[in-house]
Design a protein around this ligand. Structure first.
Ligand code: MN
Ligand code: MN
Ligand code: MN
Length: 281
């Protein structure tokens, strides 16, 4: 099938991780927004891909099997999106299961700490938000909002869940190099997600991209949901300087966040290599 960049969204969440829509509902929303190529990239799980694939076939959407994997680099955490992964790959399945165990252990500790901050019955509160998914910080944020402890998710992170706040628990994610290897084992391409979310200075950003390139990382998100034209231009420079392919994705989680809908993305600049080149016509 053929697709222009404006009909591509390669970073989207479902309720199999911290999104609010089912995989089928995400596909239907994507189709309604004119998206022709969609990657489902849930945190540390490929559980939504079967349902998404079935819906995609019905709604004329090409589904790229993906995953967003938590990783550690230089004492901080970051996210690597795997695209075109084979969810049946044994190494990937085991690696993701290990990371979900880390996430579940972190959630238990977060629940303990947030109980001390006044969150009532934290484990049921977060389970009500997460359903069958492994609880993430976004689920805790929604629970804090639901109990009226903060007015919105942004303040939940600022007051309770961000680094240095009382509900923050550091997770020992696998090293970035290992995560890239896991994605490659599954036949996928490893893409550094939302490069400006880590708030690195220019020196550390250059070190990260050098390390990502030496780890055989394939691409970087050049067009991200909610990012301005300045961010696209900076990421475009990184893609060129570090010889990384360019991806684009909204990081959609929730239709209520209408400023960050599926497929509502700025165009990919013309002087970078799309990460889907050779895989999607
Ligand atoms: Mn998320
Ligand atoms: Mn992310
Ligand atoms: Mn994401």
């Amino acid at each position: 099938m053929s697709a222009t960049a404006s009909t591509i969204d390669l970073h989207v969440h479902t309720n199999c991780s911290d999104g609010v829509l089912t995989p089928a509902a995400v596909v239907i929303r994507a189709a309604g927004n004119g998206v022709r190529v969609l990657a489902i990239t849930d945190h540390d799980t490929t559980a939504g891909l079967d349902e998404a694939r079935t819906a995609a076939a019905v709604h004329g959407v090409a589904l790229v099997p993906g995953v967003e994997v938590s990783a550690q680099w230089s004492g901080g955490s970051l996210h690597v999106v795997g695209l075109f992964v084979d969810p049946a790959c044994r190494e990937l399945r085991d690696g993701l299961a290990d990371i979900r165990d880390l996430r579940a252990a972190r959630a238990e500790e977060m629940a303990r700490r947030l109980a001390g901050e006044g969150l009532v019955d934290p484990w049921s509160a977060v389970a009500a938000e997460a359903g069958p998914a492994v609880p993430t910080r976004a689920h805790f944020a929604r629970a804090l909002v639901a109990q009226g402890m903060v007015p919105d998710m942004a303040r939940a992170f600022r007051r309770y869940l961000g680094a240095g706040r009382p509900g923050h628990v550091r997770a020992e994610w696998p090293p970035m190099e290992q995560v890239v290897r896991l994605i490659h084992d599954a036949g996928g391409l490893a893409v550094l997600a939302h490069p400006f979310a880590y708030r690195l200075g220019s020196g550390r950003m250059a070190r990260l991209l050098t390390a990502f390139r030496s780890a055989a990382g394939d691409g970087i998100e050049v067009v991200c949901g909610g990012g301005g034209p300045g961010a696209v231009d900076s990421a475009r420079h990184f893609a060129r300087r570090f010889e990384l392919a360019a991806s684009m994705g909204s990081d959609f989680h929730d239709p209520a966040a209408h400023w960050n809908d599926i497929g509502r993305l700025r165009p990919l600049p013309g002087d970078v290599t799309p990460v889907w080149a050779g895989r999607i016509e």
